[in-house]
Write a protein that binds this ligand. Sequence first.
Ligand code: ZN
Length: 286
Amino acid sequence: MPELPEVEVVRRGLERWVAHRTVADAEVLHPRAVRRHIAGADDFAHRLKGHRIGVPSRRGKYLWLPLEDTGQSILAHLGMSGQLLVQPHTAPDEKHLRIRVRFADTLGTELRFVDQRTFGGLSLHDNTPDGLPDVIAHIARDPLDALFDDEAFHQALRRKRTTIKRALLDQSLISGVGNIYADEALWRARLHYDRLTATFTRPRSLELLGHVRDVMNAALAVGGTSFDSLYVNVNGESGYFDRSLDAYGREGLPCKRCGTPMRRRPWMNRSSYFCPKCQRAPRVSS
Ligand SMILES: [Zn+2]
């Protein structure tokens, strides 16, 4: 799954190439790509037609395009392999093209949703008063959101009987932090993933939040260089901005801080990468 920085790069690309354009028509080439739109493909296409797209928004890993004057938004589910491409009309159709959106202007480009494995898709939803698609109203603000409340996050950590990596991946507490950037931030903060959050002091919580923001901004800085071209893209795992990774995927390699071989442990059907010296396991594991 793409993580927040990857999705933000796509959002910026869409803001540049798709915002404020009016939909001429939408063509659904594979019904699975709109299966989350319960009323079906024809209804989906009908509701887009003639409406202007507002400024694309994001919360955590969720990305949506507001449809002006409708009170609705198009929510993009990128899944494992979903891509949003802005392509010239003349470009040949991609093999796995699922949805095409044409615009009523002369810019010569169209928006394409391409998805090899069809886990992703697009769907229309009513907006909440905050302008969020209603199906993601329960998702917490992400740490790059100017309105994210650091103190409330710290207090929530103190109240919860959980461990720190679980808390970082809890979308009702903080959104947009996935497995990769959680490992990166924990390595920078020298915290083991199994630490109990109830013991966290305010400085420890705030320092960790700072590292979460740093790893995401570093990834954005790397990925942000590629969206200048006429191409908006999210790949699967291979598309990650992996140049900046210090922990994730580095099993057996020396810790970049102390040289100790990094370890990998199974964790909730995934993996956790950590330095056994810099990130000491808590004495009583939960
Ligand atoms: Zn180390």
